[in-house]
Every structure is written in C-alpha cells, then in structure tokens.
Design a binder for this molecule. Structure first.
Ligand code: 8GT
Ligand code: MG
Length: 315
C-alpha cells in the first residue's frame, strides 16, 4: 500500500500568562475521535503552513491569529498515512475561542497536559510546549558562592527556566553538594534542573532529570530513568539523534552550530546542515555552539526549540 502523505498545520495557543494552552476534542465520529488535539487541519492545495493555520483556527475556533512562531515539526507514520504535523506557537489572537464545529475546547495547564489522551504523533509536541526556548548549561566554576551568584543572576535577570548542571571538575560528593544548592535555587524560581552525571545520581537527589553526554547516550539501549523525569542528551550527528529518539530522550542539544573557543577543532554544522538533521527528529532540539539569545528566532525558524548556551547566560 502506498501511504497518503498528509501535511497538517496545528497550533499551541498560549494563554496571556503562558501557563495554559487551548486543546480541542476531536468529535467521536472522525479519525482519532474522542482524543484531544491542538486545533488545526490539513493544508489546502497551494497553501503555506501559516496560511492553513490562520484559516483553520478561524474555521474551528472563530479566532484570528496576530502572531505565530514555529514550535516543532513532527513526522509520524500512522498505519494508513504518513503525517507531518507543522506546529506553531500562538501568543496573540483576537476573538473569543469556542468550538465552532461543536467540539469541546478547554484551557489546560501545562503541567496537566499528560492527563489528556492525544493521538500517537503528539508526544513530541507536548514536550515542546512544556519546554522553554533557552537551555542554560552551567560553566566550570571553582567557588560555590560564585557559582550560586551567577546562577541566581541568570534565573532572575535572564528568566532562565531550564538548567543543566555541568561540572566535570568536581568529584562526586562535591557535585552532589552543588546540585543540592542549585536545585533549591532553581525551585525558588520555577526552573527545572537536569544533572549532567550518571543517571543513577537521581537516586540521591530529586532533581528534575538527567542530561546524557553523547558517549553515555551511545552505550544505552533503553531509557535509563523513569518517565516523568526529563531526559536530555548531547548529540552531534544523525546516528546520535537516532539513538536519542530510540531510547526515548525528551529533548536533545545538537552541536556545534558554530566554532567555539571550548571546542576549536570540531567542524561547525551551520544552519543548513542543522535544519536537515533536525527535520526527521521527533523531539525538541536545542541549537548549541556559539549561540546567543539573538540567535533564538533564527534557530526556531529552522526547526529548533531554541538555543542552549553556557557563555551567553554565565556572566
Ligand atoms: N489538528 C490536529 N490534527 C492532528 C493532531 N495530532 C494528529 O495526529 N493529528 C492528525 O492530523 C490529521 C488532521 O486532520 P483534521 O481532521 O484536523 O483535518 P481538517 O481539520 O482539515 O479536517 P477535514 O479533513 O475534516 O476537513 C488527522 O489525521 C489527525 O488525527 C493534532 O494535535 N491536531
Ligand atoms: Mg481539524
């Protein structure tokens, strides 16, 4: 059987405070009936994704979009079709959304999204919706006081909400002590903390997840931590991205986008190769390597969740 290829534009519509998204329930009579979804529908011939999005949101919810940015593109094989979900984030619209086709619609808190049944293709979208657009990787820092000051500055002034504790120079007990302090600070600011260590470390400290080095990633055949904790990994090529997908990483970094002082000999990917690698990856991907917040829009335009950086946040 030759599968149909279906291109769908869908929207994660955020509330003004950014804490909720609007879901719709598919009528029980249609394909995937009864499941919740991000409003949207198939592109008409000659329509772009954004044009389809505007039309569908007007038809299904009675709203007009003012601004939208790409969130994630997900390719998924259903038994009868190959689907591309082209998902946009909408942070401004006019009109009061309601189910114009009789479908239920509901504002749902980000933390409660996993309580709703979605089509099988939607898992990467849920992850993308729940993650911010910036991922801070901490720098090597000898002094705990200096470390905490810099982390606090990034949380308060830059509004960072996702942090990876990378501290290769600390032994295990020093790392654990620093992690306890960092976790407390992150919790105070509603940020998530991932540990760049052996996954077993989560037994000793209740952090939000683990970040795998690419080396560690390639030794794993299955997900090393429970669902509900976040699992991310460093990747540099197609093979590593594929492995991250196979073991169920929630998201990854892909690097180096540019040449950086910390990795002068690694060949940079550049935006073109980055985009090619990200397209088939069914999970959020942060661009890493010489990135600053000024690169975030460009990164999202080529399919990234956003940017990951040490230096841009560590001042
Ligand atoms: N809108 C939307 N569709 C999704 C999501 N997840 C997902 O697998 N799909 C699939 O993508 C396809 C979207 O088709 P649709 O039924 O919304 O298309 P449409 O609005 O153009 O409807 P129509 O074909 O009845 O005119 C369906 O096969 C649906 O199951 C999602 O989150 N939102
Ligand atoms: Mg639809």
């Amino acid at each position: 059987m030759i599968k149909r290829r279906v291109h769908v534009a869908a929207a994660a519509i955020f509330s003004d405070d950014g804490n909720e998204v609007l879901l719709a329930r598919r009528p029980s009579t249609v394909d995937q009936g009864g499941l919740w979804e991000f409003p949207g529908g198939k592109l008409a011939p000659y329509e772009t994704g954004f044009e389809a999005l505007r039309r569908e949101l007007h038809e299904e919810l009675g709203i007009s979009i003012e601004r939208a940015q790409p969130l994630i593109r997900v390719h998924h094989e259903y038994s009868d079709k190959h689907i591309l979900l082209d998902v946009w984030q909408v942070h401004g619209f006019s009109g009061e959304p309601y189910g114009r086709e009789g479908q239920a619609v509901r504002w749902v808190k980000l933390g409660e999204l996993f309580n709703y049944p979605f089509p099988a293709a939607n898992l990467p979208i849920l992850r993308a919706v729940m993650l911010p657009t910036e991922y801070l990787i901490t720098a090597e820092e000898e002094d705990d006081g200096v470390f905490l000051d810099k982390l606090q500055r990034a949380l308060i002034e830059d509004g960072v909400r996702l942090v990876q504790l990378r501290a290769k120079s600390l032994d295990e007990s020093a790392y654990l002590a620093r992690a306890e302090q960092a976790l407390q600070l992150c919790r105070e600011h509603g940020a998530r903390l991932l540990l760049n260590t052996e996954p077993e470390m989560l037994a000793h400290i209740d952090a939000d997840g683990v970040h795998l080095t690419s080396e560690r990633l390639m030794t794993l055949e299955r997900r090393p931590i429970v669902e509900g904790k976040w699992l991310s990994a460093s990747t540099h090529d197609e093979g590593q991205l594929a492995r991250a997908g196979r073991i169920g990483c929630d998201f990854v970094t892909l690097s180096p986008l540019r040449t950086t002082p910390s990795h002068p000999d690694a060949a940079p990917l550049g935006w073109h190769d980055f985009q090619q690698l990200v397209e088939p990856a069914a999970m959020p991907v942060f661009a890493l390597g010489g990135m600053t917040r000024h690169d975030a829009n460009h990164a999202r335009a080529v399919g990234a969740q956003g940017i990951a950086s040490i230096r841009d946040f560590w001042r």
